[in-house]
Design a protein around this ligand. Structure first.
Ligand code: ADP
Length: 230
């Protein structure tokens, strides 16, 4: 079997005295869409943040494309995230002082893309997510669902190898959820991008190829379902 693109092995992480991850395991292949599910407090967000190199686990290994992410410095992890990953976090990743289109263009600008190119890529993704008319607004003027659409546009604009999305549709109604997930997953399938989709919602998880279930910080089951399953 080929090596997974991303793996987490025996991950442990505690916040002060609260254990959030307790021997969690995770594998992701290139082009695969995996849902991470489990009850609130089961460690889903913490697992995603460790896999994406935002948090360093207390112990265990995270590997991406042959690189031990858990051994990288803060600066190296930040560069890795910018170059290879698209992140949709639950709280506050858009900069309130920038317009929506500058927020979406920012990852490209940080990578040295000319302003005009970055702007036009940002506008294209805003259009795809149905929020082009908000390009000149500031995040504080947007609803929760609009913010989620903008955050997804921002995560996809760089053409990342993996998109990590934590409850990315929690503020959308069911039609909006379906529309947005179809767009993300069609893009992933078309571009060969992988997706880690953290959700407590079974209807969202059903869009994935596979499900990894957490309970009390531990991976309890790994199942195959969705379009790839028989
Ligand atoms: P989930 O995403 O499944 O809701 P989390 O990873 O957010 O789970 O949380 C796992 C456990 O860690 C919970 O008990 C939660 O209260 C705790 N926790 C998460 N983040 C923090 C934090 N920043 N500080 C302290 N405890 C935290």
């Amino acid at each position: 079997m080929s090596e997974p693109l991303l793996s987490g092995r025996n991950l442990r992480k505690a916040y002060d005295r609260t254990s959030a991850l307790d021997a969690a395991w995770f594998d992701l292949s290139a082009g695969e869409i995996v849902a991470v599910t489990g009850r609130s407090g089961s460690g889903k967000s913490t697992l995603m943040l460790c896999l994406a190199g935002v948090l360093r686990p207390d112990s265990g290994e995270v590997s991406f494309d042959g690189v031990r992410v858990d051994r990288l410095s803060e600066a190296e992890r930040s560069l890795l995230r910018r170059r290879e990953f698209g992140l949709v976090l639950q709280f506050g990743q858009l900069l309130p002082e920038l317009t929506v289109d500058d927020n979406v263009a920012l990852p490209l600008l940080l990578d040295g893309r000319p302003r005009r190119d970055a702007r036009s890529a940002a506008r294209m993704w805003l259009e795809r997510f149905g929020v082009a008319e908000l390009a000149l607004a500031r995040p504080g003027q947007l609803s929760g669902g609009e913010l989620q659409r903008v955050a997804l546009a921002r995560a996809l604009v760089t053409g990342p190898r993996i998109v990590f999305a934590d409850e990315p549709t929690g503020a959308l109604d069911s039609a909006g959820t379906q529309q947005v997930l179809e767009l993300v997953l069609d893009t992933a399938r078309h571009e060969g991008m992988s997706v880690v989709l953290v959700t407590h919602d079974n209807t969202v998880a059903a869009f994935a190829d596979r499900e990894v279930v957490l309970a009390d910080g531990c991976t309890t089951s790994v199942s195959a379902f969705g379009p790839g399953a028989s």
